[in-house]
Design a protein around this ligand. Structure first.
Ligand SMILES: Cc1cc2nc3c(=O)[nH]c(=O)nc-3n(C[C@H](O)[C@H](O)[C@H](O)COP(=O)(O)O)c2cc1C
Length: 328
């Protein structure tokens, strides 16, 4: 079957959640949230902070390769930083041409660049020159800023600039995250480039995955929010592809998830300020509510809590205790 990739999600899936989700298994690769490049040469510690996996061969604890994503608009500065990053041996270097955040777009970065395919080409070409050929150099794009009129030109520009693979989030910046994702545009892009093109957007279930593959024609699919909301989705997709039954009760999945939540809570406490830890837990539980009724109850129970101890106690009341942490 094709590859399944875990999408970059700034503020939602950092290295802690990447670790947890890839432990469940099934991912061929993951991409970090973007590292913003704006004028300066970033020190190695900035790349290592966003991608601690760089200290372990650019792989998560489960062994999944992690690409590091750069976001910026100045070709020379992007190249300088890509060279710095390349020296840290990332599994791949990816460029972001899809971020719709106003703070990023105001400086001409992320999705705004999709209005200027020539600039995409210049950025890609400049970065290509400094990234050694053994490090895959890839890009992730949306379909455009307000419409799709330049989508094909953007894909062509990135290919001409030397990227070896492309992920297409099948929406424009103006579409935001509103369904549907226009997977048929991934097919149109595939028609005009030779590169492998990964389809992305709005895959929440095994059915979505099958439809996405069939409409886009892409073998490879990247999953974002659906992976956070249902940590077993990719495993179900693999089971389906292998002809196995994918029927399993959500209650059984929730039991399996409890040790993963315990592990997540443990790691979050180790890695972020105590004042931020409960918020991080709530963020994930908020996504899990979409799939699990038990997560809804747990989210409601911890929502107003601010302290570590009280949150830990509430988790224990809901069957999530440190003693059952998921250990490899
Ligand atoms: C909270 C959040 C943060 C995101 N951060 C990034 C990012 O740093 N880099 C990037 O290329 N895409 C980012 N994205 C876009 C996702 O990678 C993905 O393209 C998008 O969510 C569509 O896929 P999905 O429908 O499977 O979630 C982000 C999406 C969300 C929801």
């Amino acid at each position: 079957m094709g590859k399944l990739l875990l999408a970059p999600m700034d503020g939602l899936a950092d290295h802690v959640l990447r670790d947890i989700l890839t432990r469940v298994g099934g991912y061929d690769g993951a991409v970090t949230e973007f590292v913003r490049v704006s004028g300066n040469l970033l020190p190695p510690r900035t790349f290592r902070r966003i991608c601690p996996e760089l200290n372990h061969g650019s792989r998560t604890a489960a062994g999944t390769p992690v690409a590091v994503q750069l976001l910026g608009s100045d070709p020379a500065c992007m190249a300088e930083n890509a060279a710095q990053l390349a020296a840290l041996s990332p599994a791949a270097i990816d460029l972001n041409f899809g971020c719709p955040a106003p703070t990023v777009n105001r400086h001409g970065g992320g999705a705004m660049l999709l209005a200027e395919p020539e600039r995409l080409f210049r950025i890609a070409e400049a970065v290509r020159r400094v990234v050694p050929s053994h490090i895959p150099f890839t890009a992730k794009m949306r379909l455009g800023v307000c419409d799709t009129s330049r989508a094909l030109d953007c894909a062509r520009a990135l290919e001409a600039g030397g990227t070896v693979a492309l992920v297409v989030h099948a929406r424009t910046k103006a579409d935001g995250y509103r369904p549907p994702a226009h997977w048929e545009w991934v097919a149109r892009i595939r028609d005009v480039v030779q590169l492998p093109v990964t389809a992305n957007g709005e895959v929440w279930t095994t059915d979505d995955y099958l439809r996405c593959r069939s409409v886009s024609g892409s073998e490879d699919v990247m999953i974002g929010r659906g992976a956070v909301a249902d940590p077993f989705l990719v495993r179900r997709i693999r089971a389906l592809a292998g002809g196995e039954s994918v029927e399993r009760s959500l209650a059984a999945d929730w039991l399996e998830l409890q040790p993963l939540i315990a592990e997540f809570w443990h790691q979050v406490q180790e890695k972020v300020e105590p004042s931020q830890a409960p918020g991080r837990l709530k963020l994930w539980l908020n996504s899990l509510r979409r799939t699990f009724v038990e997560a809804e109850a747990l989210y409601t129970a911890v929502r107003t809590l601010r302290g570590i101890e009280e949150t830990t106690r509430m988790l224990e009341l809901h069957g999530v205790s440190a003693s059952q942490r998921w250990l490899p």
